[in-house]
Design a protein. Structure first.
Lengths: 484, 313, 220
């Protein structure tokens, strides 16, 4: 029953908030229902921690891994919702552009993402992943400008094609399961597959083929190179709260899906094949995105490519496996989402004040927008992996694992690209913050909601850089246990 | 006895040709909700033309007078290769479909020459267009026939027909579907039907075949018209015998032949209705699009040949 | 009953040929409405395949799925496309980036490739080779249409053909997945198409054309 609560609240939120035509009332309604949502997610996570995996019916299940990701979703969603309540004062009214539609679509989006994490059935997982694309497409194109419409179209088409390939992969895995003798009704159930795989003889060719299609398909949603073409456009043209949700939460959900398949395929054919694929995509994403960061001119596109790079890092962590690799990857999903949210919030403020995100038309921000600049600096330091912020810990763990496995090529590329990205961010930031002030900001002071949200995010990064809270560590270990 | 049937087949194709043209015209008229001319009209036309005088342009040479006779002769010879009522024909030997294709090409070639020799602008224009079409149509024609020949492991048309007769109607093979598509497109191009050419046009700019025969009159025109009708009938009969010959008489008996004749007429009617439908529904292609049309036919027939390696016999 | 059994058996054996024909015709079609009609025809053939399989394997779920395919892909979606073409009032040309001859050759190469792919995997899966090759060919054709057609509507159609191919592959190899999942997949496709339809209107309103190759503002 407790499994249903987050889903019910999300759907309820989507429907109810449409009834409030007044902007303020809609915002208040959204915040209230959002609070319930976050609370129910927290309760679910606690229940799983206390009593072990929860199951509802045949299709919904929450175990250590899902609760870890749900925790992530809840935290970021809370931050984004509070930020959005302030941000929406910038959005002009229009048909389908009003706050109530914004909140309704956001709740729908949240519903699909929570469903992804709660799916016990691979078919339902697929349906909900496609659902995330559909729910967020209108959000990406929310501003209805030329760029937004183009980005929304590309997002819709590329991700739907990618997910279609993931469907093919799901079907092939189903075929392998049925051929190996599993009951067709249970052949898409994750737990049943994990139990059956060691015993029954799954055809290794089919399983490998399935994983290839799945990683290409869901990898499109994650943003692996070369399937990433939609990502910079979508994350740059969407409204800032949506960019944060996309970068911080949606990419993680897609990674969650790949992890579920990785677990099954590793058990069936040994971890060599899936992990090699993950390493290849991870390294490719890191290298290409890292290099492209150097030539970016739009602030949000820069952040989007940084997301691609960090997804590559997570994939490398998963591909390395081992205790530290998995630890680092999972921790990184959380750290990255917090840092990226902070960065996007700052970018949103920049956009509102200067009307543009082109970095060469903004200068001297440290003097004109001191608070936003501080947030931007903190976020950038965190995202390039410097201590004392949390990402340093997770990246260090992944590097240690790579060293431990004597994969020196991986280590070399990793370090080189980290330096490249550091250089890129430094260069862009210096140009943004230093030099002569260009452009007059319209509201240089942060409103309380933005202040609070960015402050919490920065604090979180610092805390995790120092020491991972004990409870969080416990959840992390439970998640890791599921994957083994 | 077989030879007598073969002669009967040939006569059927030659004498029945104007009727085919007449029926197609009548069906087109019915689709356009007109009365249309009587189906026996082409016979009356040919008879009338034979009674008229043969006018020759003063600048024309012997080629102009010779061309219609060559065209008619090649059409009549082509008829001798097509089995209609039984799986054999008057002239049939290994590789005969090559001969058939080039026989028809010879007739077209002479017609073009005659049109050029006539000295009129329409003749020259029609001849140049026709040269393009016949060049492009040659490849799909041959490749389509070659594909069917490879499938049946026979090199002569009667042999292919006999092989097809032994197969089950429902075992449709990809090669046959592709070959039929490309050959159907070739039939439209070779016989000057829509969408490649409009056989009923009076607008000079849309003429290809009509432009070439504009200068002819009297018996020469009669021969040309009759030859075109024979070509249409022969190619339709070829399509039927290669792709749907079931019902042909395997033994020579009166009832067998009669039944075969009736079945042939039924299939021919179906093809004629299809042709009339296609002609009424599709708009004529502009000249620069005809190479695309025939290019698609070539590609489809090339695919048919490639597919013979994939599909099991 | 015997006649039905024979008919279904014959149909199951030879339907892939007609699918190849629709593939070839679709790549040379020059108007959007022709392509949509061909898609409808393709879906009708697949529906017949679903029903034939239901008769042969005696699966009740197959009839439900077949009815869904019939309603949605043969009737509803083509109708929606025609309405969309009317309301968008944009040129009906397909705007292909390859000539018809090149397209047919590419289609032929794709059909050959799909047979080659099926050959290499055919030993593990015991299914009729032609049918699976037709499914793979549909997937490749859908991708080709999406890449080579510059109109937004044609990209949507390419996506639909791609999905047709995947559905057919699932049908042939596993007689379909659990019913609930199939229904969910249909629902997703429908909503996806609805959203894409909304976006084509937005593209037309913002850019005044529907040529997606001109959507190149965001680069780098």
């Amino acid at each position: 029953m407790i499994l249903l609560l987050p889903l019910i609240f999300a759907l309820l939120g989507a429907v109810l908030v449409l009834g409030f035509r007044d902007r303020r009332a809609a915002t208040r309604a959204a915040l209230t229902i959002g609070a319930f949502e976050v609370a129910s997610l927290g309760a679910l996570v606690w229940q799983v921690h206390r009593q072990g995996p929860q199951q509802f019916g045949r299709y919904l299940r929450a175990d250590g891994l899902s609760s870890f990701f749900l925790m992530n979703i809840a935290f970021i969603f809370a931050l984004v919702l509070v930020y959005a309540s302030g941000y929406l004062r910038h959005i002009p009214e229009g048909r389908f552009s009003s706050p109530r539609w914004f909140y309704a679509l956001v709740f729908l989006f949240l519903f699909t993402m929570v469903s992804v994490c709660l799916s016990a059935n691979l078919g339902l997982l697929w349906i909900m992943m496609e659902g995330t694309t559909l729910a967020s497409a209108l959000l990406v194109g929310f501003y209805n400008t030329e760029g937004a419409v183009e980005a929304g179209w590309k997002y819709l088409i590329v991700c739907t094609v990618g997910i279609a390939f993931a469907l093919f992969g799901t079907i092939v895995l189903y075929l392998a399961a049925v051929q190996a003798g599993m009951n067709p009704a249970a052949a898409l159930d994750w737990v049943a597959l994990m139990d059956a795989v060691p015993g029954l003889g799954f055809d290794p060719h089919l399983v490998k083929l399935a994983f290839v299609f799945v990683i290409v398909g869901y990898g499109t949603k994650i943003g692996f190179v070369p399937m990433h073409s939609w990502l910079p456009d979508a994350h740059a043209e969407a409204p800032t709260p949506i960019s944060a949700l996309l970068s911080a939460v949606l990419l993680n959900c897609a990674m969650y899906a790949v992890m579920r398949y990785d677990a099954i395929v590793s058990r069936a054919t040994g971890p060599a094949f899936p992990h090699t694929l993950l390493l290849i995509f991870g390294l490719l994403s890191m290298v290409v995105a890292g290099l492209l960061i150097l030539v970016q001119r739009n602030l949000k596109r820069l952040l989007a490519y940084s997301s691609v790079e960090h997804m590559g890092i997570i994939a490398i962590g998963l591909g390395l496996g081992g205790p530290l690799g998995l630890f680092g990857a999972l921790l990184h999903t959380f750290n990255h989402s917090v840092a990226k949210s902070l960065l996007f919030f700052s970018a949103g403020n920049v956009r509102h004040n200067f009307g543009t995100l082109r970095m060469d038309s903004i200068g001297g921000m440290s003097r004109t927008l001191p608070q936003t600049s501080a947030a931007l600096v903190v976020g950038s330091l965190a995202i390039v992996g410097l201590p004392p912020f949390g990402l340093f810990i997770s990246e260090f763990a992944i590097l240690s694992e790579a060293f431990g496995q004597a994969r020196f090529l991986v280590v070399g590329l990793f370090l080189v690209m980290l330096s490249v990205v550091f250089g890129g961010f430094a260069y862009h930031l210096l140009r943004l913050l230093g030099g002569e002030p260009a452009g007059v900001p319209s509201s240089p002071k942060l409103i309380p909601s933005e202040y609070a949200v960015m402050g919490i995010a920065a604090l979180c990064l610092l805390v995790f850089g120092a020491r991972i809270p004990h409870l969080f560590g416990v959840f992390l270990q439970e998640a890791i246990a599921v994957m083994r | 006895m077989t030879t007598a049937i073969n002669v009967l087949q040939a006569l059927l194709l030659i004498l029945g040709a104007p009727l085919v043209t007449g029926i197609v015209g009548k069906i087109k008229a019915a689709i356009q909700r007109r009365q249309g001319a009587s189906i026996w009209r082409p016979y009356a036309e040919i008879a009338k033309l034979f009674r008229k005088e043969d006018l020759v342009p003063p600048s024309a040479s012997w080629v102009f007078r010779f061309a219609p006779k060559v065209l008619f002769a090649t059409a009549v010879c082509a008829v001798a290769f097509v089995p209609v009522l039984q799986p054999s024909a008057l002239l049939g030997s290994r590789g005969d479909f090559f001969f058939l294709v080039y026989l028809l090409a010879l007739g077209r070639f002479f017609l073009s020459l005659g049109a050029l020799d006539g000295g009129s602008a329409f003749g020259g224009m029609g001849a140049s267009r026709d040269a393009l079409i016949s060049t492009l149509a040659e490849a799909p024609f041959l490749l389509g026939l070659v594909a069917v020949s490879i499938m049946s492991a026979h090199a002569d048309i009667p042999g292919i027909v006999m092989w097809t007769l032994q197969r089950n109607v429902f075992d449709i093979s990809a090669v046959h579907i592709l070959a039929f598509t490309s050959l159907a497109m070739v039939v439209l191009a070779e016989t000057g039907r829509m969408p490649v050419d409009n056989p009923t046009t009076h607008l000079e700019l849309t003429m290809i075949h009509e432009g070439m025969v504009l200068e002819y009159s009297g018996p020469s025109l009669a021969l040309v018209e009759w030859a075109s009708a024979i070509k249409l009938h022969a190619m339709l009969a070829l399509l039927i015998s290669l792709f749907g010959p079931w019902g042909m008489a395997s033994t020579v008996s009166v009832w067998g032949i009669a039944a075969a004749l009736l079945l042939y007429l039924a299939k021919l009617t179906a093809l004629m209705i299809l042709l009339a439908l296609v002609e009424s529904v599709v708009a004529k292609l502009r000249m620069y699009l005809v190479p695309d049309f025939l290019g698609v036919a070539s590609a489809v027939s090339a695919l048919a040949v490639i597919f013979t390696t994939l599909v099991k016999r | 009953m015997g006649l039905v059994a024979i008919a279904t058996a014959k149909f199951l054996g030879s339907f892939s040929v007609f699918l190849f024909l629709t593939v070839l015709l679709m790549v040379v079609a020059r108007r959007i409405s022709t392509s949509v009609l061909l898609f409808s025809l393709q879906s009708a053939i697949i529906t017949a395949e679903v029903f034939a399989m239901g008769v042969r394997e005696k699966l009740a779920a197959a009839y439900v799925v077949g009815a869904l395919v019939l309603l949605i892909k043969v009737i509803a979606i083509p109708y929606a496309f025609f309405r969309l073409v009317d309301r968008l009032k944009s040129p009906r040309d397909v705007k292909a980036s390859t000539t018809p001859t090149q397209s047919v050759f590419i289609a032929g190469a794709m059909i050959y490739l799909s047979y080659a792919a099926v050959h290499s995997f055919g030993q593990t899966v015991h299914v009729p080779e032609d049918a699976l090759a037709a499914a793979v060919a549909l997937i490749l054709t859908g991708s080709f249409l999406m890449v080579s057609r510059k109109k937004a509507l044609m990209q949507m159609l390419g996506l639909l053909v791609l999905e047709n191919g995947i559905f057919l592959a699932a049908l042939i190899t596993t007689f379909g997945m659990p019913l609930v999942i199939e229904i969910g997949i249909f629902f997703d496709i429908l909503v996806g198409l609805l959203l894409m339809g909304i976006f084509t209107f937005r593209i037309r309103d913002t850019f005044d054309h529907l040529d997606v190759s001109k959507l190149r503002r965001l680069r780098g």
